[in-house]
Design a protein around this ligand. Structure first.
Ligand SMILES: Cc1ncc(COP(=O)(O)O)c(C=O)c1O
Length: 445
């Protein structure tokens, strides 16, 4: 297809409108077409688009000092944001926790993998290097992050480049990998970690990484009570670090600052991205509990890692301005009632013959489409249902986040809804109306 763009697109078969402006929950394109951002793009935008205070704070920082290399300086916005993130984290991050800023989620995962490895070296456990994860998960697109990801389609082309450190069963009640039901299952998927370690050289494992709520890959799959706690117990018992990837689920998206706060589990590393700067700047972070930082401080003193743009002054100024906005508008507290309104609007969709489940936590919701509701059988991949629903919703001026593969890595269609926390009741109705029309178009009766 001839194109007058020099940009390498995500997909050469698709057309991309030019986005020019954002206003609250809406994005406006070059032709003045307004689209309701029901997915916060990719669960990124939490405070809404076009908030002028954020741009002002970034311009102010940039005019004072746009860049200082972390090998030579620390800066006030990075110091301040680190303190604020630790104060939002579970109690085990207080009194000595530290934060390592990156320019996004994948860099945060990459950093955590190396941090876990070097932590064990500093602690005299040089045999530990593998980071175990779950099938049907996503932790980022760089090679280390892909190695721990269990997203079949996203891994497939790079398989020869990826180490095999081992993946355990996902925690996915709607399509339980053990064919069981909660609570009779006894949370077999958590015990799968223990069984895996029994059989796979536990002494070489450095960490276990998981998404507390599985976002893109499973469409907002929430674990049953007891899962995260059991995983935490197994990691503690085995001397393995627990890494919670909260790149999508963190910074208030599920109704608490971090999703792990819904359950009694205390990871030792938390990854943040997306909502940390609500899309105003490329920013991510690795939060670590005191004993991890202590091991480096008492040991070699230096983490053999680094990015030129880590802890960037303008990006961390954006992070502070976003947190100021969240605090002054009480936006974390707004998530549960806004989610309730959105769920109530969507409730009638649950009886649609091709909606298998509406699931999620807070404003991280997934709608899974099934061919047969009784058996939960997915549509064949070629039917491209999630993308067709997404396109039909765009025709109604509503943006969603479609993905395939939630059932077995290939089949299974869902869309994510993750609107800004400022979503209004009337905007929730617009989303619901658009989805009704989209379903009507894709599944005409
Ligand atoms: C849970 C999770 N981890 C990691 C990433 C990678 O983040 P980024 O795309 O900012 O590199 C994502 C992105 O979708 C994610 O959802």
């Amino acid at each position: 297809m001839p194109s007058n763009s020099a940009l390498f697109p995500r997909n050469f078969r698709k057309k991309y409108p030019i986005a020019v402006r954002g206003e609250g929950c809406w994005i406006v394109d070059k032709n003045g077409h307004r689209l309701l951002d029901a997915s916060g793009q990719a669960a990124v935008v939490s405070i809404g688009h076009g908030v002028p205070e954020i741009g002002r704070a970034m311009a102010e920082q940039s005019s004072q000092l746009a860049f200082a290399h972390t090998a030579q300086f620390h800066t006030a916005p990075a110091q301040k944001l680190a303190q604020r993130l630790l104060a939002l984290a579970p109690p085990n991050f207080r009194s000595g926790g530290r934060v390592y800023f990156t320019s996004g989620g994948s860099e945060a995962t990459e950093t955590a993998i190396k941090l876990a490895r070097q932590f064990h070296l500093e602690s005299g456990q040089s045999s530990r290097y593998r980071v175990v994860s779950r099938r049907q998960s996503y932790h980022g697109s760089t090679l280390g992050a892909m190695t721990v990801s269990g997203n079949v389609a996203r891994r497939a082309p790079y398989q020869p480049l990826l180490a095999e450190w081992g993946h355990i069963a996902p925690c996915f009640c709607y399509h339980c990998p053990f064919g069981k039901n909660f609570p009779e299952c006894g949370i077999a998927c958590a015990d799968d970690l223990d069984h895996f370690l029994d059989k796979n050289d536990a002494a070489s494992v450095a960490a276990f990484i998981f998404e507390p709520v599985v976002g893109a890959t499973l469409g907002a799959a929430v674990p049953p009570d007891g899962y995260a706690q059991r995983i935490g117990e197994i990691c503690r018992k085995r001397g393995i670090l627990l890494i919670a990837d909260e790149i999508m689920s963190g910074m208030g998206r599920t109704g608490k600052p971090f999703a792990v706060k819904h359950w009694s589990v205390e990871p030792e590393i938390i990854l943040v991205g997306k909502g940390i700067a609500s899309g105003y700047a490329p920013l991510g972070a690795v939060l670590m509990a005191p004993r991890i930082a202590d091991a480096f401080e008492r040991g070699s003193g230096a983490f053999q890692h680094g990015f030129t743009y880590q802890a960037h002054p303008v990006a961390t100024a954006a992070g502070n301005a976003v947190l100021d906005y969240i605090e002054s508008h009480n936006l974390f507290d707004r998530v549960p009632p806004a989610a309730e309104i959105l769920r109530t609007e969507l409730a009638a969709l649950q009886s649609h013959p091709h909606i298998g489940e509406i699931r999620g936590l807070g404003l991280l919701l997934g709608l899974e489409f099934v061919k047969n509701k009784a058996t939960r059988q997915p549509f064949p991949k070629v039917d491209n249902i999630a993308e067709r629903i997404h396109q039909a919703a765009i025709a109604e001026n509503v943006l969603t986040y479609p993905t395939q593969g939630c059932v077995d890595g290939v089949n299974g269609d869902h869309i994510l809804l993750a609107p800004p926390f400022t979503i209004s009741p009337s905007e929730c109705r617009v989303i619901d109306n658009a989805l009704h029309s989209a379903l009507q178009k894709v599944f005409p009766s």
